[in-house]
Design a protein around this ligand. Sequence first.
Ligand SMILES: *Cc1c(COP(=O)(O)O)cnc(C)c1O
Length: 366
Amino acid sequence: MDFIHQIEPYLTEREIESMISYLRSGGWLTEFKKTEEFENDIAEFVGSAEAIVITSGTVGLYLALLAAGIGKGDKVYVPNYTMIATSNAVKWAGAEPVLVDVEADTLCMDIKKIKKADTRAKAMIYVSINGRCADMLLVQKFCSEHKLCLIEDACQSLGSRWKRKYMGTFGDIGVFSFTPHKIITTGQGGAIVTNNKQIAKEIRKLKDFYRVAAGSDLHEGIGFNFKFTDLQAVIGIEQMKIIDYRINRKKNMFRRYQQNLGGLQEITLLSTDLDDTNIWFADIILPSQETREKLTGFLKQHKIGTRSFYPPINHQKPYSYFKRGSFPISESMAYRGLWLPSSIGLDNAKIDFICGKISDFLKNNG
Ligand SMILES: *Cc1c(COP(=O)(O)O)cnc(C)c1O
């Protein structure tokens, strides 16, 4: 049997055929009609007024902060458990992250832990990590009470919802990522969604050299080049056509893992409402870091790839000035969490095989 990777991109003949036909059409490759079509697909799917595609999720977070007017002297709430790009974007913008511990049941920012809101805090980046989230009305309420711009890092949660409303649309601005391991992929890339026309306009200028108008070589500010390409859009459009399939397969995969692993005492599965939550990576929590490392090694011997949870942000070198031990939940869970194979192309027989191996391991090491 071939090695089962923790994640692989899922592409079909559709992407290949439309890429060939696009190349034959004489398109200019850079962003144009296909990009516009892809943006419309995303906006329509999540139900936002605008979608703007950019070169990556990280760039999306950065531009969201800039468009919200966040910069030097400002602070931004960021969860201590997230992919490092969330806090890096804050640094790029010249602001300072304020790390907040997470909830044990969702692994998302625990707003109850923000006791005395910082007067310099101007924004919050709420990360719906692995598709999960807390009560989004409470998050919105907290932000409006404290006059915080709510930016959603929904990089992992395209297709996840809270009470039937799509993640990315609860904040003033939402950001998705399209790297190969995300819900859809365009190689690299990301999208910013918002209902705020002013913010959308600002982001469109920032990503295109701050031109006064499309095609003009007059610039009224310092912009960047964070433009997308039609080459990528062609692939994205095909994936959006089967987005329901992609989401349902992810959900069913996690359901299968739950059924197989639910009875094992050593394994904690986070409670997950699979009607709304699109689990990006099937995740399990083990009793200790030691068990996790041993299980990882054991599975690797059986040609099964896994990936450990991200280390907590305050344990990463550039953020080590934050005190160790002050974020107990993230500093514990991050070392006990493991992501299991979660490619959309993974079939149930393989999932059963993986679960069988996990169960074998626990019988000897539990
Ligand atoms: C993937 C990811 C990012 C970064 O997105 P890129 O497209 O890789 O720049 C940011 N935040 C979270 C939570 C992510 O999972």
